[in-house]
Design a protein around this ligand. Sequence first.
Ligand SMILES: *[C@@H]1O[C@H](CO)[C@@H](O)[C@H](O)[C@H]1NC(C)=O
Ligand SMILES: *[C@@H]1O[C@H](CO)[C@@H](O)[C@H](O)[C@H]1NC(C)=O
Ligand SMILES: [Zn+2]
Length: 365
Amino acid sequence: MIRVQRLVLLFCAYYCCVLDLVSPCIYKYGTSPDSLSVPRGGTHWSYGMHGDDWTGVDAAGKPWICLSGIRQSPINVPTPHSLEVRGNSLPRNLRTRWNYPTIYSNGSNVEVINNGHAIQVEWLSPYAADVEIVVPVRQSSSTSVTAVLGMQQGEQSTTVRATPTQFHFHTMSEHLIMGKHYPLELHIVHKITDLPACASGCYSVTGVLFELTDDGDNPLLDSVWAAMPMREGQINFMPAGAEIRLGEFLPPAKVREYVTYEGSLTTPPCTEGLLWHVMMHPQKISRAQWKKYKTAVSFKDCALKNASSTAGHGHHRHHHRRLLAEEEPAGNPEDYTCKVVTYDFNYRSAQQLYGRVIKVARVNQ
Ligand SMILES: *[C@@H]1O[C@H](CO)[C@@H](O)[C@H](O)[C@H]1NC(C)=O
Ligand SMILES: *[C@@H]1O[C@H](CO)[C@@H](O)[C@H](O)[C@H]1NC(C)=O
Ligand SMILES: [Zn+2]
């Protein structure tokens, strides 16, 4: 009984409807008591208000800047044409170059993670991907990874290398194009260390939007979707032989139109100073694929199981593992039974620009 009370206290700090354990209640994605993920310290957060309630502190006690920042992401992107008309075109020599080789799974080196905020893919083998971001030749300790936004065509330039560290998805899209949401957005997160100001790491994110199609599943999503853990906090290894053709999510270089601007992480602590790239050409996603993602981030109806009938449960440790398995929570998530009651979304609402410059790389220039 003591164990159950501790469990209730742990999970009910934010969502207290479960105090009456007999009647089930509905949990937002990231908060259900059967979640295998353990809060990492800092304020707990969810997409309940799409980010408009994100006040809190990180694990070190430092306040988030989600609501106070003035360079936040995502944003509503104007059309490339309107940016061009306003003189915000990026000349060819200042454009970012992407090189994403295929990611190969050997059965234990590529993880698909349901972290309670998104479905995220990480790899444990070295990945020789390369994104080259233009920076000025003359660098000072204050030259940032977003310097390209202020550079002129004739300016002497070089590049820094951004290394992808993970990718994940949001539904709906976080960026809007002319006020329009898309059903899904892919974020490929990169780290840059070879600038003086980036010694402890700067970030750049590439976003790819997806539009609905009735023409069947997008085969590029298949391998990740097949391994998608539907339970929060669960990690699945992609099977041996599976591959992710990450480069094919981007349009071919010849027709690659993108916008770039200075923004932030779209999750707490909402750190700023990131160089964003948003591809203007959407990928396709089928309704069935979209439905699976919306189910992975669904609202769930949870109730305490009859404890005596749940003794002796086990994990299938060979096929998947639990997020942060080294930290056992105060109670046992396996004592709960949860079922999906409705789809949900994991996107942050669009943020104000506050005069920021958005540049566009057009194909016809
Ligand atoms: C798979 O890759 C991981 C990480 O690079 C490595 O440690 C492991 O030995 C590999 N397994 C096989 C079966 O090749
Ligand atoms: C719980 O399980 C025990 C033993 O299996 C059973 O006798 C009891 O009726 C169950 N209670 C409920 C509420 O299902
Ligand atoms: Zn993201």
